[in-house]
Design a protein around this ligand. Structure first.
Ligand code: C2E
Ligand code: MG
Ligand code: MG
Length: 742
């Protein structure tokens, strides 16, 4: 504007100084007024253009002074008016690198080129704004640059957005490369990656570049057995356009085995088409290891390291689901409680561990062996439903038991009872099979232990037991119990020195039932106390009859079970029976098993002492089957030791057993006890016992249990058979001399 004004003034002076005529003056005036109008129009147009432009437009003098600023430009610079900025040094707005860039742009434009740069400068209010500035030279007719036009576009918003984006990008990159996660974006059918985060190096051990050039590079790391299920899941996700999750193992290039969990989510466009699949892959090795440790803990038996009950049930459920035939075996050690009490818990635990190994060693490697608790083990033999094969397996287990386990432990026998239930024959679910095996175990125990039972045999037996149990109260009331008696003989003369009372149940429909079938039921129901009292009374009544018939010294042995011993009424029952029948207490011997004594040793000790004070004798029955230490022999100081028939059975063909028997006899004698050998069935056994100086013998070879009348007859005939005069011995030496127990 200044320049235009000065040019007009110059023109005017020139015109006035020219000595031209009036006409010439008028012409000059006309010309002048038309030039001036043109210039004013041009200037108005320029101003209009300046103000319509959305940029901050400035006219700069060649020294950088701002000659004019558009109105919009002033507003962008937050100035009150363009005049506020006019005259200011344009370069002074910039600082630092931006100032250098501005200077360069200015110099370039002064040189005739159009230049531009991007930089930030503060508005008049001090707010920083970003500008894209272009400087265009304004030249005179001769090409001289007389001014510069500077257009600055306010790009603050874009720059801030860009900055924010860049910061977010950096943050994402930092996060992605530091966490053990891989974020990915896959094409909709898993053909190629759009994006794989830097975490892939940490998780998979390969770079994202490698994946971009070969999208299946990660699949090459997956363990062969996991590949197919993984691909199947990927195919499902792609075809159903549904989200999915898969876990698999990879072998990283550095050789490490890692567990990976990948999740995938299909992303759809507006029309519902899947455009990509995004997801995350993470390393879950630690989690898997913890889970595995927890799993081990939850499904392992702490003592033996075998599977536990939960693991067994899990396995059974799986086999039932898959409909695979299998056999379930329960293995329960016989009389383990006594062993535990006498060996001590540490030694018993060691024995259980050894037994675990023995069981494992005796079974096919794929059999699942579990410890259910205490001395209960269980085995699943999968794929096997043949009874003969399972029976052979059970028998071989029983054989190795007594053989293998015995070697390392002081206990004379470790026997077990085995029950077997079969899928699907005995049940189609694990609960039924477990119950069937339980019932079969009950029957196996009742059947004399050291044997095995299949579920079907057993369940009918148990049903029979329930029926027996129901008829018990009536049995006692209607006198269905009877006593049989078995002779206890002097080994040389075979004279009957004593008699053992053995109870039987003369069942109205089942006939004569042996005590093994109902004593456990009596014990469990507590009925044994009443039935035991009846036995005591009936046995002493019979003894009184024999005594009054002249067999004065004859002794009566009566069995008393653990349950009876727990009831302190036993002392009064015995005392009253002795008084009622006027039998000398020395003629009564009470037989207790080792297990009965060991069930509660201190209580047993107290009751025993009370019985002893009455003057009755005490015998340890079934000696040698209870795994007991010999300590209790001293503690309980019995009068008689009855060697179990399982020892007698081996006499004659087992030198070791003969030595054990001789040892027991010798030791008992030294402790002032007498010895009776049970279960003598052969002449040879009898002879061995004679040689070993056994005090008394009992067994089918001599007399079987029978009713009182038959026994007298049987005693006569056995003595005759063996060349003795039975009649006189029974009357004079056996029952009359009173020297059975010295
Ligand atoms: P126990 O006291 O050891 O009785 C000996 C068992 O061996 C009897 O079986 C007897 O019949 C049997 N036996 C005797 N000699 C031989 C032989 O040479 N060979 C063979 N194989 N066996 C022989 P039983 O009568 O079946 O009695 C079994 C068990 O029942 C008894 O064993 C005893 O523990 C218990 N018991 C019997 N009667 C009573 C009773 O009144 N009360 C109690 N609490 N238990 C009883
Ligand atoms: Mg007995
Ligand atoms: Mg016995």
């Amino acid at each position: 504007m200044h320049q235009a004004a000065s040019e007009a003034a110059t023109t005017l002076r020139l015109a006035l100084s020219t000595a031209a005529g009036v006409a010439g003056l008028a012409a000059v005036r006309r010309k002048l007024s038309s030039d001036y109008a043109q210039r004013r129009a041009a200037m108005a147009l320029a101003k209009g253009l300046l103000n319509t432009n959305r940029d901050c437009l400035k006219v700069l003098a060649t020294d950088g002074t701002m000659l004019r600023v558009s109105e919009h430009g002033a507003a962008l610079m937050e100035a009150e008016s363009p005049e506020q900025l006019a005259g200011a040094d344009w370069l002074s707005f910039w600082s630092g690198d931006d100032r250098t860039a501005a200077q360069n742009a200015l110099t370039g434009a002064l040189g005739g080129a159009s230049t531009s740069f991007t930089g930030s400068c503060a508005t008049t209010k001090g707010r920083t704004k970003w500008w894209n500035s272009t400087l265009t030279p304004v030249t005179a007719g001769d090409g001289t640059v007389v001014a510069l036009l500077c257009a600055s576009e306010d790009v603050t918003q874009q720059c801030e957005l860009l900055k924010r984006l860049r910061e977010r990008d950096e943050l994402m990159h930092e996060m992605e490369s530091h966490v053990r996660l891989v974020f990915y974006s896959y094409s909709s059918h898993f053909e190629h990656f759009h994006h794989v985060s830097a975490g892939v190096e940490r998780v998979f051990g390969i770079t994202s570049q490698a994946l971009r050039s070969k999208p299946s590079a990660w699949l090459d790391l997956v363990l062969p057995e996991d590949v197919e299920p993984l691909l199947a899941e990927m195919r499902r996700i792609a075809s159903e356009a549904a989200e999915g999750r898969f876990e698999y193992r990879i072998r990283r290039p550095d050789g490490c085995l890692r567990w990976i969990r990948s999740t995938a989510y299909p992303v759809r466009d507006e029309s519902g088409n899947v455009v990509r699949i995004v997801g995350v892959s993470e390393d879950i090795t630690l989690e898997q290891e913890r889970l595995a440790a927890l799993d081990r803990l939850a499904y392992t038996d702490g003592l033996t390291g075998l599977a536990n009950r939960s693991a067994l049930v899990r396995r059974m459920k799986a086999l039932c689901r898959q409909n695979v035939a299998f056999g379930l075996m329960f293995i329960d050690l016989d009389r383990f409680k006594v062993l535990n009490d006498t060996l001590g818990h540490t030694a018993a635990d060691r024995l259980l561990k050894d037994i675990a190994k023995v069981i494992q060693g005796a079974l096919p490697p794929d059999a699942c062996v579990a410890r259910l608790g205490g001395d209960e083990f269980a085995v699943i033999v999968s794929g096997e439903s043949d009874k003969a094969t399972l029976a052979t397996l059970a028998q071989s287990l029983l054989n190795v038991f007594s053989g293998d386990v015995r070697k390392d432990h002081a206990a004379p026998f470790v026997t077990a009872s085995i029950s077997i239930s079969l899928y699907p024959e005995h049940g189609r679910d694990h609960e039924v099979l477990l119950t069937s095996a339980d019932i079969a175990m009950y029957a196996a125990k009742k059947g004399g232990r050291n044997g095995f039972r299949f579920a079907d045999q057993a369940s009918s037996d148990v049903l029979g037991d329930f029926e027996l149990e129901r008829s018990l109260p009536a049995a006692l009331a209607s006198q269905q119990f009877v006593l049989h008696f078995q002779g206890i003989h002097e080994p040389g003369s075979l004279a009957v020195k004593g008699v053992e009372a053995l109870v039987r149940w003369n069942h109205p429909t089942r006939g004569m039932v042996g005590p093994c079938s109902f004593i456990p039921i009596l014990e469990e129901s507590g009925f044994i106390v009443e039935v035991g009292a009846w036995v005591m009374d009936a046995a002493l009544a019979q003894l009184a009859i024999w005594h009054s018939a002249g067999r004065k010294g004859l002794c009566m042995s009566v069995n008393v079970s653990a349950r009876q011993l727990r009831d302190d009424a036993i002392v009064a029952i015995v005392d009253e029976a002795l008084r009622r029948h006027k039998v000398p207490p020395r003629c009564l011997e009470i037989e207790l098993t080792e297990s009965a004594l060991m069930e509660n040793p201190s209580l047993a000790q107290a009751t025993l002492m009370a019985l002893k004070r009455l003057g009755v004798r005490i015998a340890i029955d079934d000696f040698g089957t209870g795994y007991s230490s010999l300590r209790y022999l001293a503690d309980f100081s019995p009068d008689t030791v009855k060697i179990d028939r399982s020892f007698t059975a081996r006499l004659g063909h087992d030198a070791a057993t003969a030595s054990i028997v001789r040892g027991i006899i010798q030791m008992s004698h030294e402790l002032g006890m007498q010895v009776t050998a049970e279960g003598v069935e052969t002449e040879k056994q009898l002879q061995t016992l004679r040689d070993a100086r056994c005090d008394h013998v009992q067994g089918y070879f001599l007399t079987k249990p029978m009713n009182a009348d038959h026994l007298v007859e049987a005693c006569r005939s056995v003595m005759k058979q063996h060349g003795q005069n039975g009649e006189s011995l029974l009357a004079e030496n056996g029952c009359g001399s009173g020297d059975y127990h010295k």
